[in-house]
Design a binder for this molecule. Structure first.
Ligand SMILES: Nc1ncnc2c1ncn2[C@@H]1O[C@H](COP(=O)(O)OP(=O)(O)O)[C@@H](O)[C@H]1O
Ligand SMILES: [Mg+2]
Length: 476
């Protein structure tokens, strides 16, 4: 059963039950109301004739009684079937719509009736009769006679049925209209629900089939709207993960293949050299290249393993009191000759009286090495690199801050937020970038995170970038 049908049924079934119960309740209330009304009317007509007879008997006017009795049936037919008065002297005045002689039956009943009674019975002709029998007495309790009026119960029932059939007709109409409206409304609702779900299903399938630029165009303020927004966010993440995978594959293959190719090539060269007596210097150069390639491989593999270890929370820190200024001076001095050879200026500014921090010194060295390495990598000739350390202005005096600023190629704001992601590398612009792995800054991020610090980047495209990190003085 599809969603649309399910939704429609779930609206229509309870609605139908409500309509049926409501209709039944209205129908029976209307039926008893009509019955009560007609019975009241019947009672009132009887009382009217009773008082008319009473008046006539006061003046002992038999003719008037006869007139009353004879006028009742023709006027009120078919509501009243017969009327009779049996006087104290057993004289009977009688009227019946078919004029049949039923005097003897009345005499018998009148004799029994010195008290008011009502009775329902079936007449000889098969009609159901509701009969009033009531004695008429003087104020001194002298018996004057008995008034008997037979109302047609069938007629009363028929009137009730007619009244009820009008209302039942209306209820049916209202029910059909309500049902049609509900059917229409439920279908529209189901349609508006199912359509975006179908769009989402199609988009999900596209992602499953490997399509990259997938976006669902649903803008609604409800849960489906938020599902669509979440879906689009997810699609962006999938795309990013996909491109991250691509850059991972390309950097891994480059970082593995090129040193391996160098090792392979120079091993062949050295084997030839043994046979053909190559000069010693040439053989030494080959060995150095093999050594460099092996070091490059080791560093790449170590980076990947370190990162995985830190991410899995398996990395154990060896904390001690670290003088950040001293570490900066030490690492910067290692880069000085490289900077000089590339015609870049490298300087450091360390605030006086900077407190030491509780940290893993080797890891802090790794952070500064990575940042300075990048600064040299992403700057051009005559650019300047400054590394500075001070008490943090943003996080307060319990933190020290280290900045590595350069006047190099710079970063956009969007890239500044992403460079710490694993394997992320800014796409090559006019500046021809040296190859990298995109792992250095992820390692920086993980190390600073382990130290409960913060790291972030700022920059302007073409003007330079600043990488900043803050470390708490007291450590963990
Ligand atoms: N100082 C910098 N100036 C401009 N861009 C930088 C700088 N440092 C890092 N980046 C950008 O961040 C990316 C990620 O850096 P990193 O994780 O160290 O990887 P890699 O150095 O191997 O490319 C770099 O590829 C580069 O695009
Ligand atoms: Mg790097």
């Amino acid at each position: 059963m599809n969603l649309r049908l399910k939704f429609t049924l779930s609206v229509l079934i309870p609605l139908s039950l409500v309509i049926v119960f409501e209709a039944y309740a209205i129908f029976s209330a209307q039926k008893s109301y009509l019955s009560l009304q007609l019975e009241g009317e019947r009672e009132r007509s009887f009382q009217m004739f009773y008082r008319a007879c009473e008046e006539a008997l006061k003046s002992d006017n038999e003719r008037q009684i006869d007139n009353i009795i004879n006028s009742i049936v023709p006027i009120h037919r078919p509501a009243i079937v017969y009327a009779a008065f049996v006087s104290g002297h057993k004289k009977i005045f009688i009227a019946r719509d078919d004029n049949s002689n039923i005097a003897s039956a009345f005499l018998e009943r009148a004799k029994r009736s010195y008290a008011s009674i009502t009775e329902t019975f079936e007449s000889l002709t098969g009609e159901r009769i509701y009969e009033y029998v009531s004695p008429i007495t003087t104020s001194s309790d002298k018996y004057l006679g008995t008034l008997i009026i037979g109302f047609s119960q069938d007629y009363t029932d028929l009137k009730v049925k007619e009244g009820v059939s009008v209302i039942s007709h209306r209820i049916q109409m209202v029910a059909v209209i309500a049902f049609l409206f509900a059917l229409f409304g439920a279908n529209i609702m189901a349609f508006t629900l199912v359509k975006p779900i179908k769009l989402l299903a199609i988009a999900a399938k596209k992602i499953g089939d490997g399509e990259k630029d997938v976006e669902v165009d649903i803008s609604r303020g409800d849960e489906i709207g938020s599902l669509a927004r979440t879906f689009n966010d997810m699609a962006i993440k999938v795309k990013e993960a996909d491109s991250m995978k691509d850059s991972f594959v390309s950097s891994v293959s480059h970082e593995l293949r090129s040193p391996l190719a160098a090792i392979d090539g120079y091993c062949d060269f050295l084997i030839d050299g043994v046979n053909q007596d190559y000069p010693k210097e040439q053989q030494l150069r080959g060995l150095k290249i093999i050594k460099d390639a092996a070091l490059r491989l080791t560093s790449f593999i170590n980076n990947i393993l370190d990162l995985a270890k830190m991410r899995a929370g398996k990395f154990e820190m060896k904390s001690s009191q670290v003088d950040a200024g001293e570490v900066i001076r030490e690492i910067a001095s290692l880069f000085e000759s490289l900077a000089l050879s590339q015609k870049k200026t490298l300087k450091y500014e360390i605030a006086d009286g900077l407190p030491s921090v509780c940290a893993d010194i080797e890891k802090i060295k790794q952070v500064i090495t990575n940042l300075l390495g990048n600064a040299l990598k992403f700057t051009r000739e005559n650019d300047a690199i400054t590394i500075s350390a001070m008490l943090s202005a943003s996080y307060g005096p319990e933190y020290i801050e280290v900045w590595v600023a350069d006047t190099g190629i710079g970063l956009t704001k969007a890239d500044a937020e992403k460079v710490f992601e694993k394997f992320y590398q800014v796409k090559e612009g006019e500046f021809k970038k040296p190859k990298g792995t995109g792992l250095g800054l992820s390692i920086v991020y993980e190390i600073i995170r382990l130290h409960n610090g913060r790291v972030w980047a700022e920059g302007e495209l073409g003007k330079g970038s600043v990488f900043k990190f803050a470390l708490p003085i007291t450590g963990k």
